[in-house]
Structures are given as C-alpha cells and as structure tokens.
Design a binder for this molecule. Structure first.
Ligand code: ADP
Ligand code: MG
Length: 138
C-alpha cells in the first residue's frame, strides 16, 4: 500500500488500531520494520490516537521503552531497540509485558528479540519509494 505523507501514515495507524485483532492468551504484538526515518514512530503515533490514548507519543530511542495506559485497561508499550545488540534485562521487562493479554506492544528495531515474540504477531514493513513516499506491507 502506498502512503504518501506523514499525515497519511498517521491515518493508517489510526485505522490499523480500529482493525486490530487482540491476542487472547498473550499481548497483541506489532513489529515495525523500516530504516531510520521510514515512519515507524509516526505510525505508532497514529495507532495511539486510534486506541484512544490522549498523551503524545514520543520516540523511546533513548529510554528503550515507553508505556501508555489504554482506556479499557492494559497498556500500549512502545519499544525501540535501536543500536541495542544485547537487550539484556529489557527482555525480562518485555516478557512480563507480553504475558498480559490486555497489553498492546509495538516494537521498532526488534531483530535482537524476535525469538521472544509470540509466533503470531503483526509485522509492518515500511520502505522508501523513489518519489519520497512510503510503501507499506502488512
Ligand atoms: P522512524 O521511527 O521510522 O525512524 P519517524 O516516524 O520518526 O521514523 O520519522 C519519519 C519522518 O519522515 C517524519 O519526519 C515524517 O514527517 C517524514 N515522512 C515523510 N513522508 C512520510 C510518510 N509517507 N510516512 C511517514 N513519515 C513520513
Ligand atoms: Mg522511531
């Protein structure tokens, strides 16, 4: 699917939130794949709006994770494992959050922790296109 602007990416995130099928036994997981500046955090901002989160989403690049209360319980937990080849203790934090089916977990740069994720999870791939837009695959 072609996503031509930041605003379109936000809207895509919002729509994705409405269509999300929630996990029953463990958290709902969305893995985001794309280069720096592709729009992973922008998508997450739209997702948060669609989930009814009023707080602004900021990139967790330096803190690795940020967490926001969902209106009906559980939390949206946003991880960014960029340049973290050894996630160490963060894996335990992630596993604990994964065990709660009320949680929605969204992950940027998750290569080092994919073995911890439930086999069934959403993967969204964002690629740059020559015209400056983005190609998004689910
Ligand atoms: P990432 O988290 O993947 O590093 P960000 O979402 O932080 O990327 O940043 C994406 C940047 O690209 C933003 O500055 C945004 O304005 C810009 N941008 C331009 N076109 C698009 C698009 N089609 N989708 C998403 N972001 C876009
Ligand atoms: Mg980002």
């Amino acid at each position: 699917m072609k996503v031509n602007s930041e605003q379109e990416m936000m809207h895509f995130g919002e729509k994705f939130a409405r269509d999300l099928r929630l996990g029953e036994k463990s958290a709902t997981v969305i893995e985001l794949i794309g280069d720096v500046g592709a729009g992973k955090t922008t998508f997450t901002r739209g997702l948060a709006v669609g989930l009814g989160i009023k707080k602004p989403i900021t990139s967790p690049s330096f803190t690795i994770s940020k967490s926001y209360a969902l209106p009906d319980g559980g939390r949206l937990i946003h991880y960014d494992f960029y340049r973290l080849p050894d996630p160490g203790l963060m894996v335990e934090d992630l596993q604990e959050n994964l065990s709660d089916p009320n949680n929605i977990i969204i992950i940027e740069w998750g290569e080092s922790i994919t073995d911890v994720l439930p086999k069934k999870h959403y993967v969204i791939k964002i690629d740059y296109t020559d015209d400056g837009g983005r190609e998004v695959k689910i």
